[in-house]
Design a protein around this ligand. Structure first.
Ligand SMILES: [Zn+2]
Length: 231
C-alpha cells in the first residue's frame, strides 16, 4: 500500500491536531523506509515481476525483517521510543508505524510473515487478485480518510487542500501506468533491487517530509487567521 498509508497519517493528525506532524507522517511509512534499506543491503529480497502489478512490479520474496507481525511491532516501538520526551507523541507515533502493517495486510500477496522465517504468511492478496482494481480501491480508501481529515481540520479553520493535492499526485504517480517501479523492474540486477529499494525508502521519506511541511504550513496559516480576527 502507498497513498493509503499517508491517508491514515492525515486522519490520525486530524484526530490529534495538537501533536506534531512528523512522528505521524514519517511513522506511517517507517516500516517501508526500513524495507527499502534492507532490500538495498540484501537482508530483504524483492524480485522483479512485471506481472505482479498493479504498481510495484516486484514480488516481495523475503521481507520478514520489517514486514512480519513481530518485527512490525518491534520497529513501531523503536519509532515511538524516538519521541519518548512526550509520552502521548510516542504512543501515537508507535500506533502510526504499526498502522502500516495493518494497512498492508489486505493488499499484500501472502508475503507477510508472523515472525522472521516463520512458515506461515499472511495477506489477503488484493494486489494479485484485483490488479488495477486494488489500486482503485486504495484510492477510494484514501479518499474516504482524506475527506474525514479535511472536514475535521476545516472545523478548526485548517485547510488540507495542499496535503490533498500532494496525495493525489502521489496516487497518480504510483499508478499502474506511471509507476517508476515498472521501469526499474526491467533493469538488470543488481540495479533492479538497488534502485527499487532506494525508491521505496525515498518514496516514504521525501513525501513524508513534504506532507509534514504542508501540514505545519496549514496550521500556521490558520493560527495567523485566528490572530488576525482577534486583532
Ligand atoms: Zn509496506
Amino acid at each position: 500500500m502507498y497513498v493509503g498509508h499517508y491517508a491514515i497519517g492525515l486522519a490520525i493528525k486530524a484526530r490529534r491536531p495538537e501533536l506534531p506532524a512528523l512522528p505521524i507522517l514519517l511513522g506511517v511509512g517507517f516500516i517501508d523506509i526500513l524495507d527499502g534499506l534492507f532490500v538495498m543491503v540484501g537482508i530483504d529480497r524483492m524480485t522483479p515481476n512485471l506481472a505482479a502489478g498493479p504498481y510495484l512490479f516486484f514480488d516481495l520474496t523475503f521481507i520478514d525483517w520489517d514486514h512480519s507481525l513481530l518485527m512490525a511491532i518491534f520497529w513501531s516501538l523503536v519509532w515511538g521510543a524516538c519521541f519518548l520526551k512526550d509520552r502521548s507523541v510516542a504512543l501515537v507515533a508507535a500506533l502510526a508505524a504499526l498502522s502500516h502493517f495493518v494497512a498492508d495486510w489486505p493488499v499484500h500477496n501472502r508475503d507477510l510473515a508472523w515472525f522472521p522465517y516463520s512458515a506461515n504468511h499472511m495477506g489477503l492478496g488484493l494486489w494479485g487478485r484485483l490488479g488495477t482494481g486494488a489500486w482503485v480501491l486504495e484510492g477510494l480508501f484514501a479518499a474516504a480518510l482524506v475527506s474525514y481529515a479535511w472536514r475535521s481540520s476545516a472545523r478548526r479553520g485548517v485547510s488540507l487542500v495542499w496535503p490533498a493535492v500532494l496525495l493525489f499526485v502521489l496516487f497518480m504517480q504510483l499508478s499502474p501506468w506511471l509507476s517508476p517501479m515498472r521501469f526499474i523492474a526491467q533493469l538488470d540486477e543488481p540495479a533492479a533491487h538497488l534502485l527499487g529499494g532506494a525508491l521505496v525508502t525515498l518514496g516514504f521519506i521525501l513525501p513524508g517530509l513534504l506532507m509534514t511541511w504542508l501540514l505545519d504550513r496549514a496550521d500556521r496559516a490558520a493560527s495567523r487567521d485566528d490572530a488576525g480576527r482577534g486583532a
